[in-house]
Write a protein that binds this ligand. Structure first.
Ligand code: G6P
Length: 474
C-alpha cells in the first residue's frame, strides 16, 4: 500500500501504443504502480495479473471482445453474450480490483481503463472507499437502444459509476452514456491526443529522410502517389470496404493505373478470435484479387503489410503518403488520423476521414468520406490525389493546429488533474524522451519479407500468408 497513483488496464507498458507510452511516462515520474495482464518490466512496480487460458477465453476473447467491443461499435450482429463468459469477466475484474486495492496508498488515485475492466471502479470503491477513482472508456458509447442489448447492462453501468470521474472521447458518447446512466453521471468528454511535438520532431530529423527513401525503395513506390491505410486488423476499421473503394478507383480512373499505389498496414491483433482470422483472410484475398485485376509489369496497385511495423517505419509511411485514408466504420477516437497530421511537418498530404471516427469531431478540415459507399470513398481518394498543394497546406495547417493544441499531455493532465494528481513537467522534452516504446530504432525494412510470385494463367497463390500480394514479373 504505497502507490500514490495506480494505473489499471488490460494491456501493460511496453506494447508501443500511444496511451500505454503516455501512461508509462507518467509513472516514471510519480510514485506509481501499474496493474495489467501483460507488460515488460519497468523502473516502477508492474503488478501482472496472469490470466489462465480459460480466463483469456471467457473474459478477454469472450465477454470483452465478443460482446462489449462489437456492441459498442454498433455492429450488433457480431455481438454475443454468454453467461459463463460474464461470470469469468466478473471474476477477472475482481482480481484486478483486488490488486489495485492492495497497491494503492491511503487516499491514492486509481485510474482504470476501458471496456475490459468496467466493473473495477465499483469493486474497488467497495474495498477502498478512501480512494479517488477515475475511469476512461476508450471506445464509443452506443445509443440507449443498442446498449439495452447487453444482458448485463445494469451491472456494467453500476460498475463504471463506482468512479468519481468518467472520461470519454466525445460529447456524443457522454450524452449517450448519460441517457442510460442518468443526467448526473460524472462523465466528461476528454478527447485523447498524440505526442504532437515528439512526432513532429522525429518526422523532421535526417534519419527520417533516409528511412523514407528506404521504405519507398522496398515497397517500390518511389515514383508513385501513395494512398495509405494504417490500422489494427479489426473489423471496425473498415478495411474490406476501403479495398472495395480502391477497386472502384482503379476501375473508374484507369489513368491512375501505374501511378497510384494503395499501401495498407493491417497489424495483427486479437489472435485466436475467429472473426479476426476470417477478416485477415478476407483482406488478403481482396488484395490479391485487386492486384490480379490491375497489375502491370513493375506496378501493383495494393501493398498489404500484415506485420507490426515499428513506429519510425509508420512515420516514414505517413511522410511518404499523398493521403491517409482513415475510414473506420465506427471508432472511439482513432489516433492514426492525428499521428498522420502531426507527422506532416511539410504541411502537405490530405486526410480522408470517416465522420464516424471520434477524431472527426475535432479534425474539421479533413476530407470526409463514408466507408460504406465505395463510389463516394473512391471519389474522396480522387479529391485527395488531385488536391493542389495550396489547398493541402490550408487544410493540413488547420488539422495540425488542432492536434497540437489537444495533445496527449493535455489529455493526461486533464484526467490526472481530475483525480487530484499533478505530474511536473508533463509534456516537456525530458518526459517525451521517456516514450521509448514508440521510438525504438527501426529494425529496418528487412523485417518485411518482400515475396514475389509470378501470376500467370491459372495462377494460384501458394503462400498462405503473402506479406505483399503477388505481382507480375517486370
Ligand atoms: C482498442 C481498445 C484497447 C485495446 C486496443 C488493442 O484501442 O480500446 O483497450 O488494448 O484496442 O486491442 P488488444 O485487444 O490487442 O489489446
Amino acid at each position: 500500500m504505497s502507490a500514490r497513483l495506480v494505473i489499471v488496464s488490460h494491456r501493460g507498458p511496453g506494447g508501443g501504443g500511444g496511451v500505454a507510452s503516455g501512461l508509462d511516462a507518467v509513472l516514471r515520474r510519480t510514485a506509481g504502480c501499474w496493474i495489467a495482464s501483460d507488460g515488460v518490466p519497468r523502473p516502477y512496480p508492474l503488478r501482472r495479473i496472469e490470466l489462465s487460458p480459460a480466463e483469456s477465453e471467457g473474459y478477454y476473447r469472450g465477454y470483452a471482445n465478443g460482446g462489449l467491443w462489437p456492441l459498442c461499435h454498433t455492429l450488433v450482429e457480431r455481438a454475443s453474450f454468454r453467461g459463463e463468459q460474464w461470470e469469468c469477466y466478473r471474476r477477472v475484474n475482481a482480481r484486478f480490483a483486488e490488486a489495485a486495492a492492495e497497491a494503492a496508498a491511503p487516499g491514492a488515485a486509481v485510474w482504470v481503463h476501458d471496456y475490459q475492466l468496467a466493473l473495477v471502479p465499483a469493486m474497488l470503491r467497495e474495498r477502498r472507499p478512501d480512494l479517488r477513482i477515475g475511469f476512461f472508456w476508450h471506445i464509443p458509447w452506443p445509443s440507449p437502444g443498442i446498449w439495452r442489448l447487453c444482458p448485463q447492462d445494469g451491472a456494467i453501468l453500476s460498475g463504471i459509476l463506482g468512479a468519481d470521474v468518467i472520461g470519454m472521447h466525445t460529447e456524443a458518447y457522454v450524452t449517450a452514456f448519460r441517457a442510460v446512466a442518468g443526467p448526473m453521471a460524472p462523465a466528461r468528454s476528454l478527447p485523447m491526443g498524440v505526442d504532437f511535438e515528439g512526432i513532429a520532431t522525429a518526422a523532421m530529423q535526417a534519419p527520417m529522410e533516409r528511412r523514407m527513401r528506404r521504405m519507398a525503395k522496398t515497397l517500390r513506390v518511389a515514383d508513385q502517389t501513395v494512398l495509405l491505410g494504417v490500422d489494427r486488423c479489426d473489423y471496425t476499421k473498415g478495411i474490406p470496404q476501403r479495398l472495395s473503394a480502391v477497386t472502384a478507383l482503379f476501375r473508374q480512373s484507369p489513368e491512375y493505373r501505374g501511378r497510384v499505389t494503395f499501401v495498407q498496414v493491417a497489424s495483427p491483433t486479437r489472435a485466436g478470435i475467429r472473426s479476426y482470422e476470417r477478416l485477415r483472410r478476407l483482406i488478403r484475398a481482396q488484395a490479391v484479387a485487386i492486384n490480379r485485376e490491375f497489375s502491370r509489369p513493375g506496378w501493383s496497385p495494393v501493398r498489404l503489410l500484415t506485420r507490426r511495423l515499428d513506429f519510425p517505419q509508420i512515420l516514414a509511411l505517413y511522410r511518404l503518403a499523398a493521403a491517409a485514408v482513415v475510414t473506420p466504420l465506427v471508432d472511439g477516437m482513432n489516433l492514426v488520423a492525428k499521428e498522420f497530421c502531426a507527422a506532416r511537418v511539410d504541411d502537405q498530404g490530405c486526410l480522408v476521414l470517416s465522420r464516424t471516427a471520434g477524431a472527426a469531431t475535432q479534425l474539421a478540415t479533413a476530407v470526409f468520406a463514408n466507408p460504406l459507399y465505395p463510389d463516394g470513398l473512391a471519389s474522396a481518394m480522387r479529391t485527395a490525389i488531385a488536391m493542389a498543394p495550396d489547398e493541402q497546406r490550408l487544410r493540413m495547417r488547420g488539422l495540425r493546429e488542432e492536434v497540437r493544441r489537444h495533445d496527449i499531455y493535455g489529455w493526461l493532465q486533464a484526467n490526472l488533474g481530475a483525480l487530484g494528481i499533478e505530474v511536473e513537467g508533463l509534456g516537456r522534452a525530458p518526459l517525451r524522451t521517456a516514450l521509448a516504446d514508440r521510438w525504438e530504432p527501426a529494425a529496418g525494412l528487412q523485417a518485411l519479407p518482400v515475396r514475389r510470385t509470378v501470376p500467370g494463367p491459372g495462377h494460384r497463390v501458394r503462400h498462405a500468408l503473402p506479406e505483399l500480394p503477388p505481382q507480375p514479373s517486370s
